[in-house]
Design a protein around this ligand. Structure first.
Ligand code: BGC
Length: 738
């Protein structure tokens, strides 16, 4: 929601405060292995349905209506005399948001500093689904400890345009990678008796005019690109809730969109949980009620203070039902879905609910692990990295090196229990052995260009040091409390272009000229135009926003105590003009509509098919060791295939490789992308160790959505199986006719 619209009033959320402050200091060790995936509720879905029906029979119309719209900034009403509590939600998606109590301003002096996990795109860069589960478990556990029932995450919108201000919260341009990562995340959250809320459904791929832009795309693009992540979150992850997005889809607002919610989500996919509207995304009582939304959340509708009963799914609904103008079953169905979520999370039903934990050592370790596996080594010429014991002095340069990011970006803000910046991480790791200087290099301020005095200072420091490390890139709003048009990676606004802000091009070029042993570390939610200097740069790292232990993980990677294994989940184009949303499609559209003429050609599907060279390709990421691939076997089955190959660590350092499998159909009836990711496996190998990897592809891996027949189809014929270390570093090729 837009902060500027929010009234300033808040009530202390006393219920959770006392419980929570005791937890805030605890440091119990909790390992990933302790988390259990099994369904927590002791009841079957049939039993839950019967219990819900009995409860609903005991409720008045007013009580039911109270449950289907917000009654404070993040809660909806319960029915106390029936033992039904309020449903308490919170953002999400990489930590539990700062506390707002019942209002819209942050509570002062509330002990809400918690675990700040790496952002979504960093999690996806690990290509490690078990870390998705670990991540979700931490989030669910902390949410539970803070008294929350629903965590508003994961965010899984497709990264269509490099400029989307919220790309940092999302995961990838590729539906397959998202589908694999999201399942663990959802199961992890829900293993802690907290509901995940997968968002923003659907086609919310830009922040520009997000409140009203009408997205038009082909059915094929919808089915092949924009929906699979959501489907996996619901069907494979079992997400209990889903958030309807702000934008319109084919003329109807997403949070009240019959096709998306009733037809696809509920009928086709069999979703049993509750659809929660994005905050203020319901625009009409009748469409809200009839088209599939179950809970209307919102901001202030321009009233101060807010009268929540005036929400579209508030008093009006009770009046319509009582006067016979709306059937009561419509309300009952929504209440039943909300009660279902409550039973599944053991909020009601009598089973013991997990208590959750806050700021444990285990949570911090998970944050570090995700950062370590999510940071991507993009370039490493002349093996400039890792830095060895010969390096006696380092000039750390750049505002981002010493900048905390946790409170940036909008609704995903987290007050971190602590946040290790890159500079701090480096000092802690090697400060006793290496002489470390720090200069700012550039200023973060509105329209700030190069600052010659800061550049001169950085150049002088770089000349004196063995190695210069510049930490720059994008940043969140330059004042933590500001998330408006001045911010880059932020909700509610897109980036104006892909150019490096704050005169960083000039800084990097000057420092590289002064010291050829320069490593550039980029933070941010996605690509930046680095064409002015990247060809000269020897060492380049993409660090995203790596969470509270990001500085520790980065320092370990720089100095060789950790071996990088992250891979890009999104293509880095050379320039903005190369991006398919801009080249083929429309972005950001006109004042009413954005046409996705780019269709299925999102990310590498475009770059590969249209033969455009990216700056760094999808799936790219280097290691300090080397991996060889050998002995590919493809065994075709009945419209399936089993692909087996060996990966060996031939270097001298232990490391992990993400082996990727792409499929290409040789002869096409309908145009298809050059190749598509259909399998991957991350293997951890000691020096000299080899592992045989088996990837099984079912019929879905070979199908496409035929717009003409409106069906998933497979054209029999020859398929190529491309196995490699990235989408453009294919090491083995096999063939099979299916
Ligand atoms: C955002 C959601 C968020 C909600 C509640 C909205 O503005 O789009 O992602 O969960 O606010 O803070």
């Amino acid at each position: 929601m837009n902060n500027k619209l929010l009234p300033v009033f808040s009530l202390c959320f006393l219920g959770t405060l006392s419980m929570f402050s005791a937890k805030a200091q605890s440091h119990d060790v909790q390992t990933i292995a302790n988390h259990s995936v099994k369904t927590q509720s002791p009841f079957t879905d049939t039993q839950i349905a019967a219990k819900c029906d009995s409860l609903i029979k005991l409720m008045t119309v007013e009580e039911k209506v109270g449950m289907i719209h917000g009654n404070s900034s993040f809660t909806s009403a319960g029915v106390p005399h029936l033992g039904i509590p309020e449903l308490v939600t919170s953002d999400g998606p990489h930590g539990v948001r700062v506390e707002h109590g019942r209002g819209w301003s942050e509570l002062k002096n509330y002990p809400d500093s918690g675990t700040y996990l790496p952002v979504g795109v960093c999690l996806a860069s690990t290509w490690n689904p078990s870390l998705g589960f670990a991540f979700g478990s931490v989030l669910g556990s902390e949410a539970n400890a803070r008294g929350k029932d629903v965590i508003l995450g994961p965010g899984i919108n497709i990264m269509r345009s490099p400029l989307n201000g919220r790309n940092f919260e999302y995961e990838s341009e590729d539906p397959y990678l998202i589908s694999k990562m999201v399942v663990g995340y959802v199961k992890g959250v829900q293993s802690q008796d907290v509901a995940a809320c997968v968002k923003h459904y659907a086609a919310n791929n830009q922040e520009t005019r997000r409140d009203f832009e009408d997205v038009q795309m082909s059915e094929r693009a919808l089915r092949e690109i924009y929906l699979p992540g959501f489907k996996a979150a619901i069907q494979d992850g079992g997400a209990y809730t889903l958030m309807g997005a702000y934008n319109k889809f084919r003329g109807q607002w997403c949070a009240q969109n019959d096709y998306l919610l009733n037809q696809i989500l509920k009928k086709e996919w069999g979703f049993k949980g509750a659809v929660i509207s994005d905050w203020g995304a319901i625009h009409s009582t009748s469409q809200g009620m009839w088209n599939g939304s179950d809970l209307e959340m919102g901001t202030d509708l321009g009233q101060h203070p807010i009268d929540y009963s005036k929400f579209y799914m508030g008093d009006t609904v009770a009046r319509l039902v009582k006067t016979g103008k709306m059937p009561e079953y419509l309300v009952d169905e929504k209440v039943k879905r909300i009660l279902y979520v409550m039973y599944k999370t053991n909020l009601i039903g009598g089973a013991t609910r997990k208590k959750g934990e806050y700021n444990t050592k285990g949570h911090e370790q998970t944050a570090e692990k995700v950062a370590e596996e999510g940071i991507v080594l993009l370039k490493n010429e002349n093996k400039i990295l890792p830095l060895t014991s010969n390096v006696k002095s380092v000039a750390v340069i750049g505002f981002n090196a010493d900048r905390k990011q946790s409170m940036g970006g909008g609704s995903s803000q987290v007050r971190a229990f602590y946040e290790i910046t890159p500079l701090q991480g480096i000092k802690t790791l090697v400060g006793d052995k290496v002489n470390i200087t720090y200069t700012k290099g550039y200023n973060i301020a509105r329209n700030a260009g190069p600052d010659q005095a800061l550049i001169d200072e950085a150049v002088a420091a770089a000349k004196k040091a063995d190695v210069a490390i510049i930490v720059g890139g994008w940043t969140h709003g330059y004042d933590y409390s500001v998330w408006d048009d001045n911010a880059y990676d932020a909700e509610g606004t897109d980036k104006p272009n892909m150019d490096m802000p704050f005169g960083q091009n000039e800084l990097i070029k000057a420092v590289e000229a002064a010291n050829p042993r320069t490593v550039v570390v980029l933070m941010g939610g996605g690509p930046i135009d680095m064409t002015q200097w990247v060809d000269q740069t020897k060492g380049l790292i993409q660090a995203w926003y790596p969470g509270m232990e990001g500085g520790t993980a980065l320092a370990k990677i720089l100095f060789g105590q950790a071996n990088p294994s992250g891979k890009l989940p999104v293509t880095f184009p050379k320039t903005l003009q190369d991006a398919p949303a801009i080249k083929l499609g429309e972005y950001p559209g006109n004042n009413t509509t954005v046409n996705y003429f780019d269709g299925i050609y999102v990310g590498y599907r475009y770059f590969d098919t249209y033969k455009v060279a990216p700056q760094f390709e999808f799936g790219h990421g280097l290691s300090y060791t080397n991996f060889t691939y050998s002995d590919l076997q493809v065994k075709p089955g009945a419209n399936t295939a089993t692909v087996t190959f060996t990966v060996k660590n031939t270097g001298s350092m232990a490391g992990a490789e993400v082996a990727q499998l792409y499929v290409k159909q040789e002869k096409l009836n309908l145009p298809r992308p050059e190749k598509e990711l259909k399998g991957f496996d991350k293997v951890f190998l000691q020096p000299g160790e080899a592992k045989r990897i088996t990837l099984t592809l079912n019929e879905g891996a070979f199908q496409y959505f035929n717009d003409k027949t409106n069906k998933w189809e497979m054209d029999p014929g020859a398929f190529d199986f491309l196995v490699g270390s990235s989408s453009r570093d294919i090491r083995l090729t096999g063939k099979a006719t299916l």
